[in-house]
Design a protein around this ligand. Sequence first.
Ligand code: HQG
Length: 184
Amino acid sequence: MSMNKIDRLSKEVSYALRHAPWEYELEIDDQGWVSVAQLLSALNEDYKWVNLKEEDLQRMVDDSEKRRHEISDGRIRAFYGHSIPMKIVKEEAIPPEFLYHGTAHNFLSEIEKKGLVPMSRQYVHLSEDIETANLVGKRKDKNPIILEVSALEARNEGVNFYYGNEKVWLADAIPSKFIVIKDK
Ligand code: HQG
């Protein structure tokens, strides 16, 4: 598979696992797992993916530029990003002192008022480092704002944080008192 095809597959699998498992007739558990066989049989119905095999999904997981999915014991799940009504249970973890969030200038005044909220997803998404936050923010603004979140302090005051992957943390809503503008 070319990188371009891996990218398209990753986007479609993300869509299925994060946002619309019912469109693919997938049974999803509360940790986000679905059966690889079920996912393959749904994708194989589409002419674009008619010859897709488990090893192609494994290549997508291994070769994607972001770690979005994992495969284990014949099941696959997305690490983050979910918007389905059933809440995905994430493992609570103690965050580093600071985490970062890259966003668009036009969201800033709302974020200053209301803090960071999950919007259409189940959790707020935060980045382990500024470079990652910058890439996240670039999806919305060519010159994104970088917010610094006092994650450990927020956690000690009752905001829950969850492990996503090596670069992505998840959290419940974060009040603005824990957020400063790092880079504008
Ligand atoms: C903003 C991608 C107004 C928030 C990325 C963000 C990430 C507010 C947007 C992952 C707000 C939601 C998630 C408030 C937050 N008022 N706007 N109070 N609070 N916002 O896409 O974090 O490539 O749902 O700043 O790389 O941008 O798909 O979240 O701009 O890791 O694997 O509301 O998705 O990963 O946008 O991105 P999103 P996100 P993938």
